[in-house]
Design a protein around this ligand. Structure first.
Ligand code: PGA
Length: 253
């Protein structure tokens, strides 16, 4: 069973207001007429609202790159789910490897973010993935299972239809090294099976699992042809309309 594909662009810490508006408008143009897949953009917080305006009527979804679990309060440097909604967002990336590695966000904190997003009606795009050392030590499945079990702790079955998962091997992010389609499919299938064990088959069949890590125009088609790969979370190549346009228009091979 194939799920509706989702192509997501994570702009990370790039773009001024002007850059973001141009890029969003160009991407919206390149998406017009695409009825069989979803597209989502995750720009920096500072441009969320402007990008929302540029995307109006385009059908493209908007996400924040992170989100707090509280509606408001003394949380310097954070963004609340209500602020994301207010700016026009419908989703938030949570647990990205850059948050885990550079800012030391751990599984417990990430679980609070996942549950916080859901509590306020945002879809978490919950990222997991192993480092190169972990892969070489044969720990890929153990690490991914730990991250998923911890990140989804307390998430009830009824909320799972709003959760999007992303498998992003840390060694493939921004390095130009993509996991081969076989390596990616193997972990995606493992994750889907884990969701069967934690929840039920129906939920596992419906949930979208994105692949992220050096997704480019020349590898998207083969990745998307894999049974358990339902979309992509794209970093570098999402900042260029030609590359991202080609990724959006993937054709399974
Ligand atoms: P990349 O980033 O496509 O530049 O490897 C992916 C991501 O971090 O989501």
């Amino acid at each position: 069973m194939k799920r509706r594909p989702l192509l997501a662009g994570n702009w990370k810490m790039h773009t001024t207001v002007l850059d973001a508006c141009h890029l969003a408008a160009d991407i919206a143009k390149s998406c017009s007429g695409l009825g069989d897949r979803d597209v989502l953009l995750a720009p920096p917080f500072t441009v969320l609202n402007q990008v929302a305006h540029m995307l109006a009527e385009s059908g493209i979804y908007l996400a924040a790159q992170n989100v707090c679990w509280e509606a408001q309060g003394a949380f310097t440097g954070e963004i609340s789910p209500l602020m994301v909604l207010d700016a026009g967002g419908v989703a938030a990336i949570v647990g990205h490897s850059e948050r885990r590695q550079i800012f030391h966000e751990d599984d417990v904190l990430i679980n609070k973010r996942v549950r916080g997003a859901l509590a306020f009606g945002l879809m978490p795009i919950f990222c997991v993935g192993e480092t190169l050392d972990e892969r070489e030590a044969g720990e890929t499945f153990t690490v991914v299972e730990r991250q998923i079990r911890a990140g989804l702790a307390g998430v009830v079955p009824g909320d799972m239809e709003h959760v999007i998962l992303a498998y992003e091997p840390v060694w493939a992010i921004g390095t130009g090294k993509t996991a081969s389609k076989e390596q990616a499919q193997e972990v995606h299938a493992f994750i889907r099976n884990l969701i069967v064990k934690m929840y039920e088959k129906n939920i596992a069949d419906q949930i979208r699992i994105l692949y992220g890590g050096s997704v480019k125009p020349d590898n998207i088609d083969a990745l998307m042809a894999q049974e358990d790969i339902d979309g992509a979370l794209v970093g570098g190549a999402a900042l260029d309309v030609e590359s991202f346009g080609r990724i959006i228009h993937f054709q399974e091979i």
